[in-house]
Design a protein around this ligand. Structure first.
Ligand code: ATR
Length: 276
C-alpha cells in the first residue's frame, strides 16, 4: 500500500524536502509519496490529527511548529528532548513519536569534513533554534563550544544548557575576538546573509585551516562564506545539513538507510533550476 509522508510548516512553498524524498522513493522503488502542506500556527493541532486519521506514516515539521508540536506528541525521543524541538514525527501503533534529526544530521555532515575529537574548538555564531539543535548534538562529543550572539542573554542561556548536559561551553561577546583564531570550525547560524547582506564584522586574520560553515544554502554562497573562501578557508554551506536531516528522518520512518546520493542530486538540480 502507498505510504504517505509530508512536511508541514508556514510558509512552506519553498521547501525542498518533497523533491529530495520523492527522488529517493523513486530511485529505490518505494511505494511512498511525500507531500507538503501549509499549516498555520492556529491549525496545527487539527492538521496533526488529520494526518494521523488519514494514515500518514509520519511527517517533518518546520518553522514555526518545531516547538509547539511538542505537547501534541505522545512520546519524545532523547534527541527531541535534548533539542527541545521536534522536526520529525512517526506514527507508531497509533502513537505520535516526536524526534529531532536536525542536530544529528548536522553532526553527520560535519564529520565528513573534520574529526570531531574532544580537543576541537567549535564556534557558534548565533543562539537561536538552529544553533541550539546543533549545540545539543555537538555537546556529547566533548568538543568545546564557543557561543556568541547579538543578544547576549540568549548566548548565556545556550552556554548554560550545554553545560547542563555535561558539555563544554564558553561565552563570548558578539564581536571579533580570540575565538576567530581559536576555532577549528566556525558555524554561522544566524539569518544574516539570506538577503546577501554583509556580515557585521570581517573574518580577517582567520587561519586558513579553519573550516567555515554557513547553514544557509539559498543563496548558495553568502557574503560571509565568500569572505572565508577568499581568506583561504574551506567552506561548506547548509545543503548537507538539509540532506542529512532528511536522510535521518527516512531512517526513522522506514528503519533502513536512505539513498543519500540520489537525494543530494535532486536537491542540487532543484536549486539550479531555481537559480535559473
Ligand atoms: P533559527 O531557528 O533559524 O535559528 P531564530 O531562533 O529566530 O531562528 O534565531 C535567529 C538567530 O539569528 C538569532 O541568533 C538572532 O540573534 P538574536 O538572538 O540577537 O535575535 C540572529 N540574528 C538575526 N538577525 C540578526 C542580525 N541582523 N544581527 C545579528 N544576529 C542576528
Amino acid at each position: 500500500m502507498q505510504k504517505h509522508l509530508a512536511v508541514i510548516g508556514y510558509p512552506i512553498a519553498h521547501s525542498l524536502s518533497p523533491i529530495m524524498h520523492n527522488a529517493g522513493y523513486k530511485a529505490v522503488h518505494k511505494e511512498a509519496i511525500y507531500h507538503k502542506f501549509a499549516v498555520r500556527p492556529e491549525e496545527l493541532q487539527e492538521a496533526v490529527l488529520g494526518l494521523k486519521a488519514l494514515g500518514f506514516r509520519g511527517w517533518n515539521v518546520t518553522i514555526p511548529h518545531k516547538e509547539t508540536i511538542l505537547p501534541l506528541c505522545d512520546e519524545l525521543t532523547e534527541e527531541a528532548k535534548l533539542a527541545g524541538a521536534v522536526n520529525t514525527v512517526k506514527v507508531q501503533e497509533g502513537k505520535l513519536i516526536g524526534h529531532n534529526t536536525d542536530g544529528v544530521g548536522f553532526v553527520q555532515s560535519l564529520q565528513k569534513h573534520m574529526d570531531l575529537t574532544p580537543d576541537k574548538d567549535i564556534v557558534l555564531l548565533g543562539a537561536g533554534g538552529a544553533a541550539k539543535g546543533i549545540a545539543m548534538a555537538l555537546a556529547p562529543l566533548g568538543v568545546t563550544i564557543h557561543v556568541l550572539n547579538r543578544t547576549k542573554g540568549k548566548a548565556q542561556q545556550l552556554v548554560e544548557q550545554i553545560q547542563s548536559i555535561g558539555g563544554h561551553a564558553l561565552l563570548h561577546e558578539w564581536a571579533l575576538g580570540e575565538w576567530l583564531k581559536r576555532g577549528d570550525c566556525i558555524i554561522q547560524t544566524t539569518s544574516i546573509g539570506l538577503k546577501m547582506e554583509d556580515y557585521p564584522y570581517s573574518l580577517h586574520g582567520i587561519s586558513p585551516d579553519t573550516l567555515v560553515i554557513d547553514i544557509i544554502f539559498n543563496p548558495w554562497e553568502t557574503p560571509f562564506l565568500k569572505e572565508a573562501k577568499s581568506l583561504g578557508c574551506k567552506t561548506v554551506n547548509g545543503i548537507e545539513m538539509l540532506l542529512y536531516q532528511g536522510a535521518k528522518a527516512w531512517e526513522f520512518w522506514f528503519d533502513e538507510e536512505a539513498p543519500v546520493s540520489v537525494m543530494r542530486e535532486a536537491l542540487l538540480n532543484a536549486l539550479q533550476v531555481e537559480k535559473g
